[in-house]
Design a protein around this ligand. Structure first.
Ligand code: SAM
Length: 296
């Protein structure tokens, strides 16, 4: 259950979802035909020592028959956002803002051009944990990385400005695995603020469930079809907001961005990942354009 202004660390509430996706990235990295390489993900899971996720690292077999978390699923999502940042950088966009960065290690994994800056925005305890683990391992970012500890329901543009973000230059923004965790007002403000801070030539990539998806249904579907809950005893859908909100693709188009929507199935085909047949109720989610890139 969520409340206004709630906060979390890496093993509780929304923070624990960041640990979950880091686990799925670590498992993807270990697959023989991995789509991505994230050697950092395992460090975070080991350091957090959450028994469920540590157990999955040691033995991922309980996930093998789990529809939607099929092998390659997290690889597809990670590769999509990796490709987005690399192509923005290649086009000369030298500021990146990773909203709700969680345990995203792109500042350490990707080859950023000289002079680039990456802002990582998330709640303070999440970023503290991340910084501690990276420091313990002596990791070095491949870019000027600037953590920005702020809540995305608060005045995050001020915090970003304080960290040196320059709205006069084009920027590349991502909101990966974030939107359902924001109340409608903060969700809609997020896009308005991104638009307000984006000079012409800026880019944005987001994922979501697609408007109209019945998120509360997710837990029922999971119980029906998933042999195990990928997140252990946590009901992720309990953390989602389902109040009214704009459709990102429609909103961005209306505000002058040119938008490219993709379904999971389209990305899987592009990346050569076989998608197992999914139960009809889940297939519905794969036909929605849940991955979007946009350019201003
Ligand atoms: N983007 C990362 C990834 O894909 O690995 C993390 C995704 S995780 C599912 C969700 C993240 O959103 C968490 O790190 C959480 O702390 C962050 N988050 C959600 N709501 C937030 C808020 N109101 N303010 C700051 N961060 C938030």
């Amino acid at each position: 259950m969520r409340t206004d202004g709630d906060n979390w660390d890496i093993v509780s509430s929304v923070g624990r979802t960041a640990l979950g996706v880091a686990t799925f990235r670590a498992l993807e990295t270990a697959r023989p035909d991995a789509l991505i390489e994230d050697e950092f993900a395992r460090w975070f899971v080991e350091a957090a020592a959450d028994p469920h996720f540590v157990g999955l690292l040691a033995d991922p077999s309980p996930l093998e028959d789990t529809p939607f978390f099929f092998p390659g699923f997290m690889g597809i999502r990670t590769k999509f956002f990796d490709g987005f940042f690399l192509s923005a950088a290649a086009a000369g966009v030298s500021q990146a803002v990773i909203l709700a960065a969680g345990l995203d290690a792109r500042a350490y994994r990707l080859d950023w051009p000289a002079g680039a800056t990456v802002f990582e925005v998330d709640q303070s305890k999440v970023l503290e944990f991340k910084n501690e683990v990276l420091t313990e391992h002596g990791a070095h970012a491949k870019v000027d990385r600037r953590p920005v500890a702020v809540d995305l329901r608060d005045d995050w543009p001020a915090a970003l400005a304080g960290a040196g973000f320059d709205p006069g230059r084009p920027s590349a923004w991502s909101a990966e695995g974030l939107l359902p965790y924001l109340p409608g007002a903060a969700h809609d403000a997020l896009f308005e603020r991104i638009d307000g801070l984006s000079a012409p030539g800026s880019r944005l990539a987001v994922d979501g469930f697609g408007n109209g998806a019945d998120l509360r249904r997710f837990e029922a579907i999971r119980e029906k079809y998933f042999p195990v809950n990928p997140f252990g005893d946590m009901d992720v859908a309990e953390l989602f907001y389902e109040d009214e909100r704009a459709d990102p693709a429609v909103w961005l188009t209306g505000h002058g961005w040119s938008v490219d929507p993709f379904t999971l199935l389209e990305l899987a085909a592009d990346y050569g990942v076989p998608v197992p047949p999914l139960p009809e109720e889940l297939a519905d989610l794969t036909t929605r354009s849940t991955y979007v890139t946009a350019e201003k």
